[in-house]
Ligand binder design. Sequence first.
Ligand code: 5GP
Ligand code: ZN
Length: 114
Amino acid sequence: MSEDCIFCRIVDGEIPSRTVYEDDAALAFLDANPLTMGHTLVIPKDHYERLEDVPAEQATDLYAALHEVVPAVEDAVGAPATTVAFNNGEAAGQEVPHVHAHVIPRSPDDGATP
Ligand code: 5GP
Ligand code: ZN
C-alpha cells in the first residue's frame, strides 16, 4: 500500500470505483474516463510502479485476471475485440504510478485511439 497512490486507495476501498472483477491478487474496475464503453483497468492489489517491478508470480496472477476480464468485458458491451495496453513509464503516458492494464473494448470504426 502506498498512501498517496490513487489505485492503492481504490484497493483499500477509500476511493469508490465500479468493480468488474476481483480475486486475491488483482482488481478490475471501470476507468473514470473511458475511451470506449466498458474501458476497464486491471491492477495487481500490491503496489508496483512499473511492469518490470512485478514479480513473476504476481505477473502470472495479473495475466490470469486479464484472462477472465477480457472476455467478460467483451460480452458485457457486445464488442468483438479488445485493446489491452500498459503505459509503462511517464514518457509513455503513465499518469498513475501503479501498474495497470487498460482493457479497451473495440469495434470497427469506434474512433478510439488508445
Ligand atoms: P495511465 O495514463 O496512467 O495509463 O492511465 C490512468 C487511467 O486511470 C486513466 O485512463 C484515468 O482515466 C484512470 N483514472 C485516474 N484516476 C482514476 C480514479 O480515481 N478512478 C478510476 N476509476 N479511474 C481513474
Ligand atoms: Zn498503488
